[in-house]
Design a protein around this ligand. Structure first.
Ligand SMILES: Nc1nc2c(ncn2[C@@H]2O[C@H](COP(=O)(O)OP(=O)(O)OP(=O)(O)O)[C@@H](O)[C@H]2O)c(=O)[nH]1
Ligand SMILES: [Mg+2]
Length: 336
């Protein structure tokens, strides 16, 4: 059984994006001025605004709850999750459970962690069947191919024999992008010429992975809108065709969601789940301008485990999702 687990960053290489110099195994410099993944997460709207609210010396009253409610909604936490949080805080405030604002803040952190706990289930690779097949789906530009590159690199370093399937036959550049990742990681990429059928590329790749005895096959697919029925059917076909070689494949169907998507992320997750049956999510781009709250909305309303989060373009920036670590990254502990 191979299980993704949290490791100390010093055990991991620095960045792995294909455009960087070819020093993939260099250790990250402790003195590097680049912000940590926590810094980047904390820069999200949710992190900044909740922190600002609690450091502004607010009074313990309804006004504080109203402001917190607005903050959560603005940061994409979603109506249902926000209502759960605010109702619970209001009840406790009325019961005089909080001695002061820091006590309320500490409780809020606990609520946020509790909301994420049920979807904190790291990806596990059992010893059989082999290859373990990961199908990666999502809308255009969500970060699918980049996530595959990071995952392949990571698995390779764990000693797993990885292969990639260039199932995005829609864009010529997509095959090249995946091949670049493959070359850098010394991971074979199975691709076909232009105009090939995605299901047939992935079928061939699975056949090749089986005959080579690979541990893992990760299949890329073209970005598609969850509203495009024809393209969603194509994904169902990919799954069916895989099933001809291995009735249990794919063993993991990952939806990659851009963390900036807002509430539309919920629709994406619902539609992809309906079309292909998801087993895991990856939420990318939680660095930068992400609002950060969508993770809570997904936890509350979709309930599919979040396997990884992307907080940048380096290997360290693909984090195994951990509820407590995520909330710690988002909200500074000093206020709690
Ligand atoms: N900041 C940041 N950028 C990311 C992250 N993940 C991916 N990206 C960037 O997002 C852009 C799109 O990434 P791709 O991996 O090509 O996305 P895709 O889903 O494969 O796109 P299509 O194949 O066109 O559907 C690239 O510029 C990536 O470098 C992340 O976690 N943080
Ligand atoms: Mg892609």
């Amino acid at each position: 059984m191979f299980r993704f687990f949290k490791r100390k960053p010093e055990n991991l290489p620095a960045a792995i994006n294909p455009s960087e110099p070819a020093t993939p195994d260099a250790d990250p410099s402790p003195a590097a001025a680049t912000p940590t993944w926590r810094d980047r997460l904390r820069g999200s709207l949710l992190g900044r605004q909740v922190s600002a609210l609690f450091s502004s010396n607010p009074r313990l009253d309804d006004d504080l709850l109203d402001q917190l409610e607005t903050t959560l909604l603005t940061a994409d936490v979603g109506v249902k999750a926000t209502t759960d949080v605010i109702d619970d805080l209001r009840k406790r405030m009325q019961a005089r459970e909080f001695a002061d604002v820091p006590a309320l803040f500490a409780h809020l952190r606990g609520q946020l962690v509790a909301m994420l706990r049920p979807i904190e289930k790291p990806l596990e690779l059992p010893d059989t069947p082999r290859p373990f097949v990961v199908l990666v789906v999502g809308v255009n530009g969500a970060g699918k191919t980049t996530t595959i590159g990071k995952l392949a690199k990571w698995m390779k370093r764990e000693g797993l024999d990885v292969m990639l399937a260039a199932g995005d036959t829609f864009r010529a550049a997509a095959v090249e992008q995946l091949k670049t990742w493959g070359e850098r990681n010394h991971v074979p990429v199975i691709a076909q010429g232009g105009g090939a059928d995605s299901a047939s590329v992935i079928f061939d790749a699975l056949a090749a992975a089986k005959s080579r005895g690979a541990d893992v096959l990760i299949a890329d697919t073209a970005g598609r809108l969850h509203t495009q029925a024809g393209l969603m059917d194509e994904l169902a076909k990919v799954k069916r065709v895989m099933g001809k070689l291995d009735t249990t494949a794919p063993h993991e169907t990952l939806l990659v969601i851009d963390g900036n998507t807002g509430q539309n992320a919920l629709n994406q997750a619902k539609q992809f789940h309906q079309a292909v049956g998801l087993s895991g999510l990856v939420v990318t781009k939680l660095d930068g301008t992400a609002k950060g709250g969508v993770v809570f909305a997904l936890a509350r309303e979709i309930g599919v485990p979040i396997r990884f989060i992307g907080v940048g373009e380096g290997l360290l920036d693909l984090r195994v999702f951990d509820a407590e670590e995520f909330v710690d990254g988002l909200l500074p502990a000093t206020n709690g």
